[in-house]
Design a protein around this ligand. Structure first.
Ligand code: FSO
Ligand code: SF4
Length: 513
């Protein structure tokens, strides 16, 4: 085992089991799947044929906190092997059953650049999967994923590998835009105040990022005498008009994924995981965790999609009916839905406030939350920001400050939550529109970037931001273990990437005070 893909990686890697709870055997099964996917991609590239969309789920399942079920990785491997065997051998291809860990890439910069590419591709596969289930596709994505995976076995220069990484950012922008459009299946998000109080009926808690799963569950539960609550990254669903039509979509329960162990114990009802981040369930609620899509955990019931995409939630619903209602957590209501359309509708007012000096700076604090104690930095940073600054956020990072009473500037809330981590794209749309309005470049705007990362979707979002030309991004709470000193040097000199340090220092570095 040699895993360093997330922010919780040990130094230099998790080798005896993951801080995330991933066992060595599961890590081995994931490595085998990833290696075999690259071998398949190498053959497919030589045969000038495409990869099947089913590879997306296999990639998605290897993201941090998605799937801990070795059996499922065995199934993915069988499928990949069948596709591999159906293709003619390629000249110079690797052995299919060679050691599979990324530590077999002995050159440190090759390993670092391939890791950066692979992790970006995992994020790409995850977001593209969401777009596909909502009927949006793009012909360039699977060919890029094929070539990126095949590059593991190609004799490329450092410059060629760097170019592939940057190209991943370009495809990231394509897929984020695609998903943005796909999510509008449920209407255009509206700025929405979300209740966090609980009702007297039993509930089902839905977490993860898959809006279609939520849509299917809302429809299946509309006359069942139970309420649906969102958790973590599902909070922004409340902003979509199509979901507002369901009165039993009661509110949001709890905080980010990192708080699930305490939140779920008090929820009393079952929890449906549609994507990451799944923490190995604690005994207090282990019998209440259901998974779907790419998510899996041994002994937790898994709800598969039928051939037409439908899902049978009857077991989950029947179980929910036997549960007590959720305990009240006593948290303030939350604001979400500040995506590009809603914010751009406010643009004339925002522009006036900027010109009048009432809004001095925006700080993009998008990204992930996590269990690292250093993440209290983001709460302190938000509190320390002067009152003439506005936080633009997306992703679960927001739970570090979205319940603070940070107020507003002439009616514009000081925390504008665009939605899920993929909605970071929305923040760029807003930034580009502001740049247009002021006739300047995106880096000339009064916007700073203080991004929190955790897993591989954040890697993809970061590569997408770099592709869009955003410079001087600050990254924390620690830099990735998989970035070698030479690769870091390229990111620093070319893009001005900088690590976060202390609140006091970073407020100055990011021109916030
Ligand atoms: Fe968070 Fe987890 Fe959305 Fe990630 S729930 S950490 S970047 O999976 O995807 O923001
Ligand atoms: Fe370690 Fe993160 Fe890999 Fe889990 S996903 S094994 S915590 S690096």
């Amino acid at each position: 085992m040699y895993c360093q893909q997330c922010q919780e990686s040990r130094t230099p890697a998790c080798t005896l089991g993951g801080a995330c709870g991933k066992k060595k055997t599961v890590a081995g099964a994931q490595d085998r799947v990833l290696y075999s996917l690259s071998a398949l991609a190498f053959r497919a590239k030589a045969a000038d044929t495409s990869l099947e969309p089913c590879v997306l789920e296999a990639l998605f399942a290897t993201l941090t906190n998605v799937n801990f079920d070795e059996v499922r990785f065995g199934e993915y491997l069988s499928c990949i092997t069948a596709h591999y065997n159906a293709l003619p051998p390629a000249a110079g291809e690797p052995a299919f059953d060679a050691p599979a860990g990324l530590d077999t890439l002995s050159d440190v910069n090759t390993r670092s650049l391939f890791s950066l590419l692979l992790f970006g591709v995992k994020g790409l596969a995850a977001y593209y999967s969401h777009a596909l289930v909502l009927g949006k596709s793009d012909d360039t994505v699977l060919p890029f994923i094929r070539d990126a995976l095949a590059s593991r076995f190609e004799n490329l220069t450092i410059d060629q590998r760097t170019a592939l990484v940057l190209d991943c950012g370009r495809h990231g922008v394509t897929v984020l835009a695609l998903l943005d459009a796909a999510n509008q299946t449920y209407g255009v998000p509206e700025i929405t105040r979300v209740s966090t109080s609980t009702g007297v009926r039993p509930g089902i808690l839905v977490t993860g990022h898959d809006l279609k799963d939520l849509a299917l569950l809302l429809e299946a539960t509309k006359n069942e005498g139970i309420d649906i609550y969102t958790h973590g990254e599902m909070l922004p669903a409340h902003a979509y008009p199509a979901f507002k039509k369901y009165p039993h979509l009661r509110g949001n329960y709890g905080g980010s994924w990192a708080e699930q162990v305490t939140d779920f114990a008090k929820f009393n009802g079952p929890v449906l995981f549609t994507t990451n981040c799944l923490v190995p369930p604690a005994p207090a609620y282990a019998d209440k965790v259901f998974t779907t899509g790419a998510v899996g955990f041994p002994n937790c019931p898994h709800i598969d999609a039928g051939p037409d995409g439908s899902k049978d939630f009857s077991t989950l619903i029947a179980f929910a009916r036997t549960c007590r209602p959720p305990e009240e957590l006593g948290r303030p209501d939350l604001l979400t839905g500040c995506a590009h359309d809603a914010v751009l509708a406010l643009a004339p007012k925002v522009i006036d406030l900027i010109k009048g000096g009432k809004i001095r700076r925006f700080v993009v604090m998008a990204g992930c939350d996590g269990r690292d104690k250093r993440r209290s930095y983001y709460t302190e940073f938000a509190k320390a920001l002067p009152r003439d600054t506005i936080i633009l956020t997306a992703g679960c990072a927001k739970y570090r400050y979205n319940a603070l009473a940070l107020g507003d500037i002439d009616g514009i809330p000081r925390v504008l939550d665009a939605g899920q981590c993929n909605d970071s794209y929305s923040l760029v749309v807003v930034a580009l529109a502001l740049a247009d309005a002021f006739g300047c470049g995106v880096n000339d705007l009064p916007i700073s970037y203080n991004i929190a990362w955790y897993e591989q979707k954040a890697v993809l979002v970061l590569l997408a931001l770099l592709h869009l030309g955003v410079k001087n991004i600050m990254l924390g709470p620690s830099l990735p273990e998989f970035v070698s000193p030479d690769v870091l040097n390229v990111l620093v000199t070319t893009f001005g990437l900088q690590p976060s340090s202390t609140v006091a220092e970073d407020l100055v570095k990011l021109s916030c005070i």
